[in-house]
Ligand binder design. Sequence first.
Ligand SMILES: Cc1cc2nc3c(=O)[nH]c(=O)nc-3n(C[C@H](O)[C@H](O)[C@H](O)COP(=O)(O)OP(=O)(O)OC[C@H]3O[C@@H](n4cnc5c(N)ncnc54)[C@H](O)[C@@H]3O)c2cc1C
Length: 345
Amino acid sequence: MLLQKAVKSGVSFMKTKGLKVEHSSETSVVHCGNDVELRASLVLDAAGFSKTLVEYAGDKSYSPGYQGAYGVMVEVESHPFPLDKMLFMDWRDSHLDDAPAMKAANAKLPTFLYVMPFSPTKIFVEETSLVAKPAISFPELKERLDLRMKHLGIKIKNVEEEEYCLIPMGGELPIHPQRTLAVGGAAGLVHPSTGYMVSRALSTAPTVADKIVDALDSFTGKEGTRKKAVSAAEADRMAAAIWASLWPEERLQQREFFCFGQDVLLKLDLQGTRDFFDSFFTLSDHFWRGFLSAHLDLPNLIKFGLALFLNACPDAKFNILSKGVTGLPIMLGRVANAPFYMSYD
Ligand SMILES: Cc1cc2nc3c(=O)[nH]c(=O)nc-3n(C[C@H](O)[C@H](O)[C@H](O)COP(=O)(O)OP(=O)(O)OC[C@H]3O[C@@H](n4cnc5c(N)ncnc54)[C@H](O)[C@@H]3O)c2cc1C
């Protein structure tokens, strides 16, 4: 339906692969597979995390954390989960009691269980690493999930579907502004502490689309019925205005806080992670929902951080202080646009 609507509105589709883009004049040229060349006033990269067209300051500057998950939709003899609830962030590790090496690995780099029951004999189960750098491998996630199922006495009759998930989170944003525009993963929209992006990308898309229309209307001359920039400098200004709508100052500040959050999460072991989320999920809805959905601005995020700290047990307080001590000045320096380069690595 969406595709039909797009075609009706004049969108044309082509089966090829974008390889590189050149912006030598006011017109951009996308070089695609099969020697196809596309010319455009504006080029927008929606190719996810492939890093094909948008440019980064350098390969080393990207350095994201990774959320990894292995999940299966399975038919089972029976399961213990209530049908009217989904289970999220089960950090228990008793399923590893007879596997000391795996238990030690999980204590250092913890993963949690996620369950969505569909019927008394059908469930979706997933083993998730919230964030790790480098990512926890799929075989390890699968092994941990298998032991959980065994421990819960769940006998799998049939695997209907397997899901492999690897989401780059945080790291440096693409250079912005740049002539190539971006949305979604290509624009760095993934929440650096949670890995969520889909709802954010959907809510951002109309703003960016409006800004593109505005830029074409206000900056450009007309050639026939088609609007286009009349010089490379004008095309640069158009792109800059659109990037500014995607990453306004307050969003950049918010993202710095989320990257700081990721830095703390990366340093927490299993017990530290449990303590952290005990405090997190007993905060007011305003704070924990606002943090997850990226609806808190920087002043509110600072209040959130203080509330999280005050709410935490003594061990968690110590952890937050000791794990955050190096990241906090980096975050503050980056928020304040300090004139020297600082990264969490
Ligand atoms: C199993 C799984 C579960 C997930 N669950 C969630 C969740 O619950 N919530 C959430 O927010 N996120 C979730 N994610 C992450 C989410 O799917 C991604 O963040 C999101 O899909 C990124 O969207 P995107 O449109 O930027 O890129 P993509 O969805 O990756 O789409 C990019 C498209 O561009 C195409 N492409 C790539 N390179 C080129 C090229 N050179 N030329 C032309 N086309 C190209 C690709 O084939 C693809 O079709 C999950 C991911 C996985 C794998």
